[in-house]
Design a protein around this ligand. Structure first.
Ligand code: SF4
Ligand code: SF4
Length: 271
């Protein structure tokens, strides 16, 4: 049993790594839960050249998640990128707002190597979109699709009819709580008292330009660590090692209420 947070961070750092890759900052939706209006970086799509550098840069056994401050499916090379990652043996996931999904696109994504598709639904406004998504999902893909239901209240319960449709239809879902994006979105509260971070040691955010960000909450790249063009992956691990046991990684951390900053700790003793 691993007890101390520093030991847990060490286990995460030495384990299989995850990469949040922002293949675009362009989005086809406006969500009140998103800090995009605080975005000061230039909107752009990741180029094929940057993506190819990234593919050579990533460790061979890792999980890549297309997510970030843009809608991945608006990138015309999204499927090509997934195919390339899959062929090289990396795990692949996409987080989408679902606007562009149709039966054909879902099939193309999975047949070209996508492992997991997460569809975000804002609980307060969008539960009525679920039947539309159910109508697009063929049985053979159900186990690889998860509804990411985002709530900004402490009420995690879904209406009974929605629970029934998810459960009896065999659709997977989880509840995620909106957080304050390290103080950028709403005035920070301090729901999570734990003054340390797990996600920094297991998860790396790469922006459209190939810059390595400290985490997904640094939306303007104020604390970027380097670039995939001048820092190799082993150097990044050594850089992160300096922070083992620190109560703070960057100036955003004291205002961070992201439940995922500590969620990774919960899974360690299950491994
Ligand atoms: S779909 Fe995602 S990136 Fe786009 S506005 Fe909503 S939360 Fe932000
Ligand atoms: S802002 Fe939050 S998630 Fe990011 S490094 Fe700090 S504690 Fe971790």
């Amino acid at each position: 049993m691993i007890e101390t947070y520093i030991d847990k961070q060490n286990v995460l750092l030495n384990g299989r790594q995850m990469f949040d890759v922002e293949i675009t900052t362009i989005c086809n939706k406006h969500c009140y839960i998103c800090p995009r209006e605080k975005f000061e970086r230039i909107n752009r799509k990741m180029t094929k050249e940057t993506f190819d550098i990234l593919c050579n840069w990533l460790p061979s056994d890792c999980d890549v998640f297309f997510a970030g401050f843009g809608e991945p499916l608006t990138h015309e090379l999204c499927i090509e990128f997934i195919q390339k990652l899959h062929k090289s043996g990396r795990g692949t996931s996409i987080m989408t707002n679902g606007i562009l999904l149709n039966k054909n696109l879902i099939s193309q994504l999975f047949e070209n190597g996508l492992d997991k598709l997460q569809i975000s639904i804002i609980k307060k406004l969008e539960l009525t979109r679920l039947p539309h998504f159910f109508s697009l999902i063929e049985n053979k893909y159900k186990s690889r699709i998860v509804f990411n239901i985002i709530t900004d209240t402490n009420d995690d319960e879904l209406p009974i009819d929605v629970q029934d449709k998810l459960q009896y239809g065999g659709y997977r879902h989880y509840i995620k709580h909106i957080h304050k994006r390290a103080g950028l979105l709403y005035p920070p509260d301090f729901k999570y008292k734990l003054k340390t971070c797990a996600s920094f040691f297991v998860d790396t955010y790469i922006d459209t330009n190939g810059l390595i960000q400290v985490c997904c909450n640094d939306i303007n790249g104020l604390y970027n660590i380097g670039s995939i063009r001048n820092m190799n992956f082993d150097d990044l691990v050594e850089y992160k090692r300096q922070f083992l046991g620190n109560i703070q990684i960057c100036n955003l951390c004291p205002n961070c209420t992201d439940e995922y900053r500590i969620k990774h700790f919960e899974n360690i003793n299950k491994k």
